[in-house]
Design a protein around this ligand. Sequence first.
Ligand code: ARG
Length: 292
Amino acid sequence: MNAPVVLMCPPRHFNVDYEINPWMRGHLNSVDTVRAARQWQQLHDTLARFAELRLVEARAGLPDMVFTANAGLVAGNIAIPSNFAHAERQGEREHFARWFANAGFNVVDMPHTGPDAIDFEGAGDALYATDEPLLWVGHGFRTDPRAVEWLRAQLNVEVIGLRLIDPHYYHLDTCFCPLIDGQLLWNPLAFDEASRAVIEARVPASRRIAVAGDDAASFACNAVNLGDAVVLNHISPALRDAIVRHGLQPVELALSEFMKSGGAAKCLTLRLDTGFAPWASERFAAHLARAA
Ligand code: ARG
């Protein structure tokens, strides 16, 4: 089996330069850049034990580029760049799109200009299930519900939209993390009732690990699952035990500087191989052939 491939961006220009989520409030310019660099390097070196890592160059004036989960969504050899909801991040789009193209991906745009433009923040809001052809898509804050329809029409995977209701959990990956073998780490309170019911109907109770309180607020759901390792911010002993009982190994790291910006482990990564979702690429290739 090939090693997973993960994209990261060094925190060279990372800081809190503006406020576009509640976590950033009160943290303007307060990032300890030396500590941030150390925390990022620790995450990088930890992930390097389980995955092959790629890097995209950081750009001045785009402090949130470090959160590569928002570069776009990868489906096989297709990359769909994000259409950022906030002006502060829109400059990232061209850099990520160019990186995808240079890396050999077919870059496919979701409508991003004019009246048909659809906000979509990539793998921050779109997460594949691990055991079946299914893509969960969060909407309500950064991603427009029309992105759910667009993805459903383009990808040969089932697409389920989930409505996010708490501004602290503004991206799906802040409150929902599919784990190997169809297991799930999630914060039920981040979803509206209908979405919660959809998740509960789809993922059996025995496979769900609910996260609440301080663990939710320290972004325990913002985890990177590679093999049986679950790399994440510090968590409570109770949650650690629950993860172990589900057959997985928590690997905890300090990510406090990135929490000031409303991000943790998963936000700082983008999975580039969707080998676990090959169905996506086939259908998309057929779609592209038809379009040509
Ligand atoms: N400051 C960034 C923002 O608000 C953090 C992004 C976190 N990324 C993520 N995939 N949850 O956009």
